[in-house]
Write a new protein. Structure first.
Length: 277
């Protein structure tokens, strides 16, 4: 984790804690694992929290279940009803179908009288769990790397960068996992095009507020890839999933309120997504 001892930040610098959702395949060798990292919008040295071999959604959801049981709730449904939570949402967190955002973990922690970091990382466990709990995260030094930064609401700077190689400002600094191409960019997501509607179990969503890390060298896509695309005459940057439909390759929005494209300029593949919280 980033601390005052590990880096000196300018007043303009801003720390954003993020959950990283990997979209690249194993043979991409983008990073050794999905990782929890701290990003810098401003620059400086950093450390990053990297998952060790014990870390998984399974471990996190198991800690949530233990906290709920120790708080006296016999079932996930009972806890959700007592706390006024939407049961399917809570159940998807406890059974590991969906990851648990930090703010949601804080809500669960208050209800179950444990620390949020216990649910998220296995750190600072309650007394009843100290003997069996091992932290999921280890802290390692991590260099930062600046990426050209864009917003999905304005494709013009990206089109200019693709043609001329001019990096816009501000840049987006990331804890560098290594082995990412020189044409890797960051795109801030504001639309709900990749929020699954209707909801689909197991689908990897990209939500408003997320930042997509995209490798613009990877333009050869295949079904199942998630990509950034540009459309002629359209001012937006779109994120789409590549699927086969009627024997054709199309660029598909998980939110069916948005259309799909048969023709688009592929900017690059989404390698991972950072969900700020």
């Amino acid at each position: 984790m980033l601390s005052g001892n590990s880096t000196r930040r300018s007043e303009e610098s801003q720390t954003v804690r993020s959950k990283v959702l990997t979209f690249g395949t194993a043979d991409d060798k983008i990073c050794s694992s999905s990782l929890d990292a701290e990003l810098l919008a401003g620059g400086g040295k950093a450390t990053r929290m990297v998952k060790d071999k014990r870390s998984s959604w399974e471990a996190k959801r198991r800690r949530l279940q233990l906290a709920r049981e120790h708080a006296g709730f016999k079932s996930a449904r009972q806890a959700a009803l007592a706390m006024g939570w939407v049961y399917p949402t809570y159940a998807s967190h406890e059974n590991g179908l969906r990851d648990i955002p930090q703010k949601v973990a804080e809500k669960y922690a208050r209800a179950f009288r444990v620390s949020p970091e216990y649910i998220m990382f296995g750190i600072n466990p309650p007394d009843w769990a100290k003997e069996e709990t091992k932290p999921d995260m280890i802290e390692v030094a991590a260099p930062t790397r600046p990426l050209p930064f864009f917003e999905d609401t304005d494709a013009a700077p990206l089109r200019d960068w693709l043609k001329k190689g001019h990096a816009p400002r501000p840049q987006f600094f990331i804890s560098d996992p290594g082995n990412i191409s020189a044409k890797t960019i960051a795109v801030k997501i504001t639309t709900d095009e990749m929020r699954a509607k209707p909801p689909t179990v197991g689908e990897r969503e990209i939500l408003p507020g997320d930042t997509a890390i995209i490798d613009a060298e990877r333009k050869n896509v295949r079904p199942g890839d998630v990509v950034a695309v540009l459309i002629d005459g359209d001012p937006y940057i779109h994120i789409r999933k590549v699927v086969m439909s009627g024997g054709k390759q199309v660029f598909y929005a998980l939110n069916r309120d948005h259309g799909e494209y048969e023709k688009a300029e592929v900017v690059g593949r989404v390698m991972w997504v950072m969900s700020g919280f």
